[in-house]
Design a protein around this ligand. Structure first.
Ligand SMILES: [Fe+2]
Length: 311
């Protein structure tokens, strides 16, 4: 068993992941008053479409006026592993439907991510010990009797494939064209959702992403997701999305917390707009995570997901 972590160590494991922070981010000052003076009064306004669009317009103008920002993004990008994907139609699809498909990781990259995630220590929010996935017994319990629900793989930036993917020119181009400015922060997360056989009610309390919700992850943002383990049925942890909901939310959902009950969502959105996303290992997609979405918790096998958030 690995040693206990201090609160600070856990927080930094949970929040650092791989983070690339570029020059030109409005929210870079640690001082709230300075952020206020720069127009950065609160990220919570990121829930409103009009606010995200306004932020994009301001960032776009700033970057046009400062050529060095363009150069720093070009220095960052490396040749893509996704060939000549049509990024224009891809971006239009995210704009219209919240989500677009057509990315796939080579098998060698999938294997490297999987190997890294099985050999690297993990943390779980609210649990003060680190562990390896191989520490779990066949029922999903650790030797101390704790049953984790998710496991966040540490030091993701040390995996060279993930580090390269975070600078992939096609991913950056999609993010830039969707956001209408060069993303100034890129975060990477490699997360196990662990198979769980208890009641849904208890799970939804312990693992918030299994509830319908929308993310407020900055001022404007878009995320690339890759399944590292196959997700081929409801029992292996599919991502679930309400199509088009990034642009269309009723006021009661916009003003309440990001987390929603199924009933509240089905009251407003037609069931035909609910999409379960299935794919083999390496399957990838882009989504605007301000849409309503959730993970259907896996019950048959652990799910490993790689995410890149551009903001
Ligand atoms: Fe989310």
């Amino acid at each position: 068993m690995f040693p206990k972590l201090s609160r600070h160590e856990i927080d930094s494991n949970l929040h650092q992941g791989t983070m690339i922070r570029l020059k030109g981010r409005l929210s870079s000052s640690p001082n709230a008053f300075q952020r206020l003076l720069k127009g950065d009064f609160t990220q919570r306004f990121g829930r409103f479409l009009w606010f995200r669009q306004m932020y994009s317009t301001i960032q776009n103008l700033r970057q046009r006026l400062d050529g060095s920002l363009q150069k720093s993004a070009i220095d960052l990008a490396i040749p893509s592993m996704f060939g000549n994907l049509s990024t224009d139609s891809f971006v239009r699809e995210v704009e219209d439907r919240s989500i677009a498909f057509g990315l796939h990781l080579p098998e060698s990259i999938v294997n490297e991510c999987l190997q890294y995630a099985t050999q690297t220590i993990c943390t779980e929010p609210g649990y003060d010990r680190t562990f390896l996935i191989s520490d779990l017994d066949e029922r999903g319990y650790l030797p101390d009797g704790h049953q984790p629900i998710r496991a966040l793989v540490s030091d993701v930036e040390k995996c060279s494939s993930i580090s390269n993917l975070s600078r992939d020119s096609v991913l950056l181009k999609i993010a830039r064209n969707y956001l209408r400015y060069l993303p100034t922060q890129i975060t990477c997360h490699l997360t196990w959702s662990l198979a769980w056989n208890r009641s849904d009610d208890r799970l939804q309390k312990l693992y918030p992403p299994t509830n319908f919700h929308y993310d407020i992850a900055g001022y404007n943002f878009v995320t690339a997701y890759f399944y590292i383990t196959p997700v081929l049925d409801d029992r292996s942890g599919p991502h679930v999305t309400i199509l088009g909901s990034h642009k269309r939310k009723p006021m009661e959902i916009l003003l309440k917390s990001g987390r929603q009950t199924d009933e509240a969502i089905y009251r407003y959105y037609d069931r035909s707009s609910e999409l379960y996303v299935y794919g083999d290992a390496g399957f990838g997609f882009f989504e605007d995570p301000s849409c309503i979405h959730k993970v259907k918790a896996p019950t048959r096998c652990h799910r490993l997901l790689l995410q890149f958030r551009f903001s």
